[in-house]
Design a protein around this ligand. Sequence first.
Ligand SMILES: Cc1cc2nc3c(=O)[nH]c(=O)nc-3n(C[C@H](O)[C@H](O)[C@H](O)COP(=O)(O)OP(=O)(O)OC[C@H]3O[C@@H](n4cnc5c(N)ncnc54)[C@H](O)[C@@H]3O)c2cc1C
Length: 459
Amino acid sequence: MADRYDILIIGSGPGGYQAAIRAAQYGARVGVIEDREIGGVCLNRGCIPTKALLETVRVQELCGKAGDFGISVGEVSLDTGAIFERKDRVVEQLRKGVETLFKRNGIEFIPGRGSVDATTVEVNGDDGTRQIRADAVFIATGSVPVRPGIFPYDGERVATSEAFLSMGEIPQRVLIVGAGYIGCEIGSVLRAFGAEVTVVEMLDRVLPAGDGDVSKQVAKRMKKAGFDLRLETKVESMEATDAGVSATLDSDETVTADKALIAVGRGPNTEGLNLEAIGLETDERGFVPADSHGRTAVDGVYAVGDVTGRIQLAHLAAKQGLAAAAAATGHEYYIDERVVPACVFSPPEVGAVGLTEAEARDQDREVSTAQFPYKALGKALCREETDGFFKIVADADSGEVLGVHIVGDNAADIIGEAAMAMQLECTVEEIAHTIHSHPTLYEGLAECAERWLGLGIHG
Ligand SMILES: Cc1cc2nc3c(=O)[nH]c(=O)nc-3n(C[C@H](O)[C@H](O)[C@H](O)COP(=O)(O)OP(=O)(O)OC[C@H]3O[C@@H](n4cnc5c(N)ncnc54)[C@H](O)[C@@H]3O)c2cc1C
């Protein structure tokens, strides 16, 4: 391990590791300090393990409707051990991939917990404490679940997403507090694997950050799948009991369950970083303010990813990492934070980019919207996946696309076209005039655009 680097990065999540690779490609000598597994939350306890489990749910659903396709599969049964082992294998393979990329790019992985002072980064690892100097330091330490005091966390009966992603067996009854995407995705896994799932959300809809019509569709599917949804309801108190947990709601009802998943948001992971020592102030929520290229108020210190308090998504963290690596090494990088696609992978899938209808209307402009249903798509019918819709939110006068929201089969992939259209500042008319192949699911976007123009063909 060297005593000096051009760039030292604290945290190896998508923000940190991609910044490291890009900076190394630009010729910088880079070290990455990490106190847990390489790859951060996304790879080890976030995006990838949840999606690996949700793919099992997808296969399970396919087996369930195999009869509709004329295939007999007999009784479908689940092997929880094998399901979680497969998830671990996927994670392990990707982790090895990042390790290989580090080696190939000459990046040094420095295990331990980092903290900063005026000129150096201190690393506390198994071999003791070391001071390392660097010309630039990147704070890429990500986020951790917020832990409101009313929940008696013990990591067993009352826990956050991490514990649920490595559980050995499926609890019979689960109470989920928070109907954001983490609550919905993990809830969908648990429900599909046989748990009775109650979701308590204090706002009036599931996925409260998304478009209202999408939330309704997702809630409809969740209810059909047997979720007990308690919206506009708050947990007033929770107790860990011998049998599990017991929660009192503000509706005066009591919900008992074997386990509770608390998924009420994520805050900055800055504990012990010693940011005060370098005069780096955090905002009122504790996040580290940085511009789109990661520059903080302190020269030579960059911050990228969840720790900056922007939308907490892996692909935004990664892009910020690339932008910051360019800025720190004197290169150009273009990043447009207006266009950040967001996806939810629980059945039904959701893909969204840009403004929701409500946000667009709040902007004091004439807004026009159109929807197109999956059931009018030949491909959706072929796949027996006809629930859901495409929705375009656009400026009524200019046709500028302000937002696109898709809920249904493969929405998370299809939204990519809408993101590209917005990045290129396409109008709705230009989407409509783009020839889309048939029969596909993504032709729903062009059909929706035609509808927006008042010229819909199908549906
Ligand atoms: C259950 C779940 C599902 C998710 N699913 C998705 C999804 O499908 N798509 C998506 O885009 N996003 C998803 N996310 C969000 C995504 O994981 C984060 O946005 C992303 O990981 C942020 O990346 P990051 O680089 O900012 O930091 P992180 O991935 O949080 O990594 C930070 C790393 O820094 C380390 N660290 C922190 N402090 C120190 C220190 N002082 N010294 C050394 N190391 C330190 C941490 O241990 C961690 O490994 C999900 C999150 C969760 C929890």
